[in-house]
Ligand binder design. Structure first.
Ligand SMILES: [Mn+2]
Length: 338
């Protein structure tokens, strides 16, 4: 059961609902979003009479949500959620492409990358300062210095920055350095402590799908963030592990329309990490838009063959620009724009 409160609810009204639930032997999970406060009733729901809660001050609606994920479920929120990132909407009519290198390397590399991203018509930029690498001997990222370099490059073109948070102890620094979108990577999709912490802030979060995660597990992870009060969640399909060796991962295109049915959250696709080869990125990007994705996360490097990380899958600035032009055609067919 979820209790959706009025937009301008008072603390007293929230407390009233909490008290009522407690008197019925249930616990209340209070999720204070920017726009809405949603109270989840935890416990034996059979004791609750919907009407008695509905009548409480401040209550907008009471719903029984059958799904294990509630706040992120389409069941209670029919309309698509549109997330605002420094004035750039994700999840609405316009498809957003987030471009940039795998990792932050040097100031000039990031300057050229930002120029390429802006020139291609992308409105957000990606780049990793803290890198989750399979081998401990691989390059681990530039760390906080990388965030500074990233901002300096992206600010020139007013591109909000997207970067991965791996360690909960870095969250304050991420906020201090003005990270616009926090990415939770595939390996951390079920790092519940991390999810709970990003649930306490309101910075938008891109939650990537785990390597072997089912859609239900993924949505439960999103629910962890939402339950804490952060409703600004963007799901990112990035390929799942399969038996196939010809490419890096298998992009689950089917996940896009299924997620669109299950959740009101925006769904974006990362074709670069899915396929792992630059030449195949355009085909997957087009397929993703055609299947209903709200955006793409694409790796682009000023000189891919010199990239310190994921060199095989990065597009050149020219290739990104060409792809953006092709994607505009697909978006138009879909009744959308880029
Ligand atoms: Mn990468």
């Amino acid at each position: 059961m979820i209790i959706i409160m009025h937009p301008h609810v008072t603390d007293e009204e929230i407390h009233g609902v909490e008290t009522k639930l407690k008197s019925l032997g249930l616990e209340a999970n209070i999720s204070r979003g920017v726009e809405r406060t949603i109270i989840g009733a935890i416990g034996d729901e059979r004791k609750i009479h919907k009407e008695s809660l509905q009548a409480l001050p401040g209550v907008d609606n009471v719903m029984r949500v059958v799904k294990p994920y509630k706040i992120v479920a389409r069941e209670w929120h029919e309309a698509d959620t549109v997330i605002d990132i420094q004035g750039i909407p994700i999840g609405g009519h316009t498809i957003q492409v987030i471009g940039g290198p795998c990792s932050v390397e040097t100031q000039s590399q990031m300057d050229f990358a930002a120029q390429g991203v802006a020139n291609a018509g992308c409105r957000l930029m990606r780049g990793g300062a803290f890198k989750p690498r399979t081998s401990p001997y691989s390059f681990q990222g530039k760390g906080l210095e990388g965030l500074k370099i990233f901002h300096q490059a992206a600010d020139k073109y007013k591109l909000p920055i997207v970067t991965e948070l791996m360690d909960v102890r870095r969250l304050d620094e991420f906020l201090e350095y003005g990270v616009d979108v926090i990415q939770i990577g595939t390996r951390n999709m079920q790092n519940f402590d991390l999810l709970k912490e990003v649930g306490k802030i309101h910075t938008p979060v891109i939650l990537k799908r785990g390597l072997c995660a089912t859609l239900s597990e993924w949505l439960m992870s999103a629910e962890y963030i939402a339950a804490g009060g952060n409703h600004n969640i963007i799901l990112c399909e990035r390929g799942v592990r399969s038996f196939e060796k010809a490419y890096r991962n298998m992009l689950d295109i089917t996940a896009i329309p299924v997620l669109k049915k299950e959740t009101h959250l925006p769904v974006i696709v990362d074709p670069s990490h899915a396929v792992g080869k630059a030449a195949l990125v355009p085909a997957l990007s087009k397929a993703a838009i055609a299947a209903g994705a709200d955006g793409l996360l694409i790796e682009m490097h000023p000189t891919p063959c010199e990239a310190w990380c994921d060199a095989d899958q990065a597009l050149t600035p020219d290739e990104l620009k060409k792809l953006m032009e092709e994607l505009r055609g697909i978006a138009q067919v879909m009744g959308r724009e880029i």
